[in-house]
Design a binder for this molecule. Sequence first.
Ligand SMILES: [Fe+2]
Length: 149
Amino acid sequence: MEWNESYNIGIDVIDHQHRQILDYINALEQILINGQRDKIREILDDLIDYTQSHFSFEENLLQQVFYQYLPSHKGIHELFVKRLNEYRHRFERGEAIENDLYRLLSKWLINHIQHDDQDYVNSVRENMLHYLQSQEKKKGKSWFSRFFK
Ligand SMILES: [Fe+2]
C-alpha cells in the first residue's frame, strides 16, 4: 500500500505517525508474501505498541484544544485497540490471522484518517497547530516523543 497525498491531514507530526503505521502494515504484507510466520509476533507487538502511542498522542492533543467529539473519537480508538489485541490472542492460539488482520488494518487506517481524523482537522486544526508550535518553543521539537517507546 502506498502513501497517497490525500491521506495527509495537514498536521505534520500526525501525518508522520500515520505513515509510520502504514509502514508497519506494509511490513506485515511483506511477511504474508514471504510466509515468515515467526516474524508476525514481532510486527504485531510493534504495530500495537506504536498505534497505542499514536492514539494517546492524538487524544492528548485533542484534549488540549477542547475538541468536542473527543469522547467518541477516543471510543473509536479503544475499540480498534481491542480488535488488534483480539488478533494478537488468536495469533498466540496458533490461528492464521495475518490475512484478515492485513485487510482490517489497511481498510481501517485509511478510513479513520479520511473520516474520523478529517473531522477534527476541520474543526480544530488551527488550534492544534498553535498548540504544537507553543510546545515546540517551550520544550523543543521532540517533546512529543514522550508518548513513544
Ligand atoms: Fe484518530
